[in-house]
Write a protein that binds this ligand. Structure first.
Ligand code: FRU
Length: 462
């Protein structure tokens, strides 16, 4: 590679996605909605731009869109602070509360080279300062046993934890009355994709539009992803307080390469929202943003929709994103774009007509999104900058069966990412995208644009 091509001519700092100011970030952790604020903790290495020395970094937001980065919440000590979750312990079951305080309690994996065990930490000031509790609450003397996701299960009046045995490709469910004492309930797996180790499980309820509740079991794996590297799958099913019983096959969470370790917010009333680390373990430590690596996806609201192939999870970017829209314009066959901006595109048209969107810079084609009556796809061409990233170049495909006679597509383009939601949020592709030059034009193609009855808008997002 020539010296010139190793210098990125583009500022890849995301405009509408969370990324810490500097250093390495991976999984979201401890997602909690409390006192009107969204709390986001995350895997963070304050010492560099690759994985290691895991701490919990911290950010908060009033609206899931504007994030403030804060001081580190949990520091590496005898162990690194690996992934986990946080709860509001309203009734002080943990005993961490002092006279009337409601403790926030985090449950995370303490990682050393030879052992992974689960620990608690608590905050009495709404999530700013955390006190680690010295004793482990769940230790099976295993090298790999991690990523506890804890939630309050109202019907059985107890805490439930989903935690993963990565090498066995199993998720174990535990229960506890007080967050300190955990009793095994059941084991799920191996199932679905078992090629790679399993990580970051979650069990949570989601509703369909009629209000019927489905339980979702989600797990990530590495490798075994649809297009190489890491990926994620889920099952819909039933949970009776003891056992999760799937009623669907395993399905892909996302048909792109960069949506990993998604977790949902605890304590969020009326809707279920998740966010993921927008990356892939295949190349995460080499992405061309030295000094700062790792960003979050856009937050997405989840619901279950019924398709010909049965019920499935649909993901839609949260409504709050609409507040970023500036100066709406119709999308033309050639639409010029101001360099260095984030964009949203929204299209609807007759579902039997295929359509393509091309994103061009001064250097040429940077990305192609195509949608036909049977498939959504996204192509990342090779560039000087990205040819060294293993598994970056290629086409990512999502099968599709139009839900209605009109197709819908929403697309979010940021400085180094693209997220495409089609068919009511049933087909989603999330990819990092490092254009060689800033994108300056969107080109729309279709073999029969006149029959498409297209409505297409583009917004700059600020
Ligand atoms: C997933 C993961 C978790 C682990 C954390 C370490 O990306 O490997 O299993 O807890 O990251 O940073």
């Amino acid at each position: 590679m020539s010296a010139r091509s190793t210098l990125a001519p583009v500022n890849y700092r995301p405009l509408i996605h969370y990324a810490p100011r500097a250093n390495w970030m991976n999984d979201p952790n401890g997602l909690l909605y409390y006192q009107g604020l969204y709390h986001l903790y995350y895997q963070y290495n304050p010492q560099g731009d690759t994985h290691g020395h895991m701490h919990w970094g911290r950010a908060t937001s009033p609206d899931l869109i504007h994030w403030a980065e804060h001081d580190i919440a949990l520091h590496e000590h005898e162990h690194e602070i690996f992934s986990g979750s946080a709860v509001v312990d309203w009734h002080n079951t943990s005993g961490f509360g002092k006279t009337g305080d409601v403790p926030l309690v985090a449950c995370y994996t303490g990682h050393t080279q030879h052992n992974q065990a689960q620990f608690l930490a608590y905050s009495l000031d709404g999530g700013e300062r955390w006190t680690p509790h010295p004793e482990t609450v769940l230790d099976m003397s295993k090298k790999d046993f991690r990523d506890p996701k804890v939630f309050w299960h109202e019907p059985s009046g107890q805490w439930i934890m989903a935690i993963v045995h990565p090498n066995e490709r199993q998720i174990e469910l535990f229960r506890s009355p007080d967050l300190h004492h955990w009793t095994s309930l059941s084991v799920f797996g191996p199932a679905g994709v078992t090629e790679g180790i399993w990580e970051v499980p979650e069990l949570f309820p989601v509703q369909d539009d009629a209000g019927q509740i489905y339980w979702v079991m989600k797990v990530d794996f590495n490798p075994g992803g649809l297009f190489g590297g890491s990926g994620a799958q889920y099952w819909l099913g039933e949970f009776n307080g003891v056992t999760f019983t799937p009623t669907t096959e395993a399905r892909w969470v996302d048909h792109g390469k960069d949506f990993y370790a998604a977790l949902t917010w605890n304590e969020l009333p009326e809707r279920r929202v998740w966010i993921a680390w927008m990356n892939n373990w295949q190349y995460a430590q080499q992405v061309p943003t030295p000094g700062q690596r790792g960003m979050m996806s856009l937050p997405r609201e989840l619901r279950v929709v019924h398709t010909q192939g049965g019920p499935r999870l649909a993901q839609c970017p949260v409504l709050e994103l609409q507040q970023l829209r500036q100066d709406s314009r119709p999308l033309q066959v050639h639409t010029p774009i101001e360099a260095g901006q984030a964009l949203e595109l929204q299209l609807s048209w007759e579902a039997h007509i295929p359509l393509e969107l091309e994103f061009h810079s001064a250097a040429g084609l940077e990305c192609r999104v195509a949608i036909s009556p049977t498939e959504l796809s996204l192509t990342r061409p090779s560039t000087d900058l990205t040819s060294a990233l293993p598994g970056y170049t290629g086409t990512h495909r999502a099968p599709l069966q139009p839900l209605t006679a009109r197709q819908d597509l929403r697309l979010f383009l940021d400085t180094c990412s693209i997220e495409v939601f089609a068919n009511g949020g049933c087909s989603v592709i999330s990819d990092l995208l490092y254009p060689a030059q800033p994108i300056r034009e969107v080109i729309l193609r279709s073999p029969d644009l006149s029959a498409a009855n297209l409505h297409a808008e583009v917004w700059t997002l600020k």
